[in-house]
Design a protein around this ligand. Structure first.
Ligand SMILES: Nc1nc2c(ncn2[C@@H]2O[C@H](COP(=O)(O)OP(=O)(O)O)[C@@H](O)[C@H]2O)c(=O)[nH]1
Ligand SMILES: [Mg+2]
Length: 462
């Protein structure tokens, strides 16, 4: 395999830069212009050497060179890491020299790809490397780290092992089909398939949480113009993100802001106020509001308690409720509570609560902060629904979710086929499809393994 080289640290100016080499010439290339000052350690597979890089008689830099001997390296190949000073000139000169002398500039992800090819990581672990690097929150870090340590691979491999075992027995039945033998009693087979289905279902369910961990939890802020939506967003973010104005229709496009709660990112979207309008631009904004409301179950719905006439109060509620998706979990805020005396505010609250007994409704003022505790408690409760239960484990990757869902669907078909008493070769084809899907997930190639498994467990001799 050719030797590749790349700058492993970012392009930004920093004290130290790390240049990585991997492949059979990695050590030779790294040592070519290196003059050792002292040996920092002389471990047989990993050596760190302090020395100078000398090019055409001139010292380019003093560096720390670490050599890793195959297979004890990240990629499983011989590797060298040169920690030099972060000067763009030093980095570029070193890279140019190494490339001139035969190293190839690495493709994106090529070190990890080689690690995968050399069985250092499976596919899900390789993907986890990417997620770990990109992680910004505690929950993202935790899910990526668990996946890198093999939490998903282990579960999927355990399922595959069971399936491979079954597949080998069923293939054997096909071989002995003329003798009409059943190596797997069908009741036991069905029970196993159900267990596998249950485990796949459990894995798939973690995606709800994994998706929220990766992409944040969207919360739409909606209501009539002037209800106080932008003031609420600014209050939550503690900054002047959106323009607050008593001119109705000020916020025409969606404005986003994020906070971190329980390790999850909550993405608030302040939207254009919903009302009848002939202004086409405002109308476009309102259509976007409706899309945001439809797209996420969490919404903060605002009704101005100070300026909405009593006889329009319920209509305002009904209008907002009619825009929500069926799985909506809104929190209603009766806004500008500082402008009404507390008795009449309480009375209005009781009144709407009476008409909407199941709705969560609180009084809110962005001037006094009344209702902040209630909003925070609601957000806390909602985020908790998305936190992973299984020690932080959750699948975060859509590819994994799709493969697991497809495998789960196929398990249902397998169950139907068993119950319908279908022949071994039909059962085998379902099993093979599930095995292939799970194999694609972790990156192992299944059919050869089925064969190997047969030969490993049985001596067929024909
Ligand atoms: N007294 C009071 N005024 C508020 C409150 N929230 C918003 N406002 C005022 O109501 C007007 C409209 O607020 P804004 O946040 O722009 O409403 P939006 O159209 O829903 O985004 C502005 O003049 C705000 O200063 C509040 O809680 N109390
Ligand atoms: Mg606004």
């Amino acid at each position: 395999m050719s030797t590749i080289v790349a700058l492993a640290t970012g392009e930004n100016l920093a004290a130290i830069a790390l240049i990585r080499l991997s492949g059979e010439d990695a050590h030779r290339l790294a040592l070519q212009h290196f003059e050792s000052l002292s040996s920092v350690s002389s471990h047989p597979v990993r050596r760190a050497l302090l020395g100078k890089i000398i090019l055409a008689g001139e010292v380019l830099d003093q560096v720390l060179l670490t050599l890793f001997a195959a297979p004890h390296s990240y990629t499983g190949e011989d590797m060298a890491e040169i920690a030099c000073h972060g000067s763009p000139y030093i980095v570029q000169t070193l890279l140019d020299t190494l490339i001139q002398e035969g190293a190839h500039p690495a493709q994106p992800g090529e070190f990890t790809y080689r690690a995968y090819l050399n069985n250092k990581l499976d596919l899900t672990q390789a993907e986890a490397v990417n997620e770990l690097i990109a992680s910004r929150t505690a929950a993202q870090h935790r899910t990526a780290f668990l996946q890198l340590e093999g939490a998903l691979s282990e579960q999927v491999e355990a399922l595959r092992d069971k399936l491979l075992e079954l597949a080998s027995l069923i293939e054997l039945e096909i071989d002995f089909s003329d003798q009409d033998v059943e190596f797997v009693p069908r009741a036991q087979f069905a029970e196993l398939a159900e267990r596998i289905h249950a485990e796949l279902t459990k894995l798939c369910k973690t995606f709800r949480s994994g998706h929220a961990i990766q992409n944040g939890l969207p919360v739409t802020i909606a209501g009539a113009p002037n209800a106080g939506k932008s003031a609420l967003l600014n209050y939550i973010l503690q900054e002047d993100r959106a323009i607050v104005s008593d001119l109705p229709g000020t916020t025409r496009d969606a404005i986003h802001g994020e906070i971190l709660l329980n390790g999850l990112t909550i993405r608030f979207t302040d939207t254009a106020g919903i009302r009848e309008t002939s202004d086409t631009i405002e109308q476009l904004g309102i259509e976007r509001t409706l899309k945001f409301l439809q797209a996420s179950p969490l919404a903060l719905l605002l009704v101005d308690i100070a300026h909405t006439p009593c006889d329009q109060f319920q209509a305002a509620f009904a209008l907002l409720l009619s825009k929500l998706p069926t799985d909506a979990q809104p929190l209603f805020l009766l806004t500008k509570s500082d402008l009404v005396d507390s008795n009449s505010a309480q009375e209005k609250l009781r009144n709407v609560q009476h008409h909407y007994p199941t709705a969560h409704i609180v009084l809110w003022s962005s001037k006094t902060g009344e209702g902040e505790t209630a909003i925070r408690a609601w957000l806390e409760e909602k985020t908790r629904q998305y936190l992973p239960t299984d020690g932080g484990f959750a699948i975060t990757n859509a590819r994994h979710f799709e493969a697991l869902s497809a495998a789960r669907e196929e398990t249902l078909l397998l169950l139907d086929a068993i119950q319908a008493g279908l022949s071994s070769d039909l059962l085998s084809s379902h099993l093979r499809r599930i095995i292939r899907l799970l194999g694609e997930l972790t990156g192992t190639i299944p059919p050869q393994e089925i064969l190997n498994n047969i030969f490993r467990h049985f001596c067929i001799g024909k």
